[in-house]
Design a protein around this ligand. Structure first.
Ligand SMILES: [Zn+2]
Length: 159
């Protein structure tokens, strides 16, 4: 392969990755996992809002009464630890690693800003939405744990 071909080849790979990156940004609203979580919350009769502009990082979903902010994260883009969907592509490893680092850092900052305002932040991973039975259990357990926290907090205040 000549040098020139090599460069052209590399550029093509970058532009392809950019394209899919941009597309993933565009598609990052109302994703299928988010829709699954929302319809589960509806089914469980929890009141929630989506993409609240007044909150830092515009969380995917908030349950205002419980002061709970939920992010529904794609395992690949947000690097779900020990998850088989969070693989790193074999080509342009540095490019991907940088993207992933930026995503994880952005998530960390958003969560920090929300916590500062008294929100509790939880993540539901895309792979957790693949089994609706488990998703339901996960959401119920999460909310129950938060309500328990509230109860103990109030007990401490009043005792
Ligand atoms: Zn995952």
């Amino acid at each position: 392969m000549s040098c020139r071909e090599d460069v052209a080849d590399g550029m093509d790979i970058i532009s392809k990755e950019r394209r899919s990156w941009n597309m993933s940004r565009i598609r990052s609203k109302d994703t299928r996992p988010e829709m699954l979580v929302r319809s589960m919350l509806e089914r469980l009769r929890y009141r929630f809002r989506v993409y609240d502009r007044n909150l830092p990082g515009k969380p995917d979903i908030v349950l205002p009464r419980r002061r709970l902010a939920l992010f529904v994260h794609g395992c690949f883009w947000h690097r779900h630890r020990n998850c088989r969907f969070a693989y790193t592509p074999k080509s342009r490893v540095r490019f991907w690693q940088k993207k992933f680092r930026e995503n994880v850092e952005r998530d960390r900052l958003k969560a920090g800003a929300l916590r500062k305002q008294g929100w509790r932040v939880r993540v539901i991973w895309e792979c957790e939405t693949r089994n609706l039975g488990l998703l339901e259990k996960r959401i119920q357990a999460m909310v129950r744990a938060l309500d328990q926290q509230n109860y103990q907090w109030r007990k401490k205040l009043t005792s």
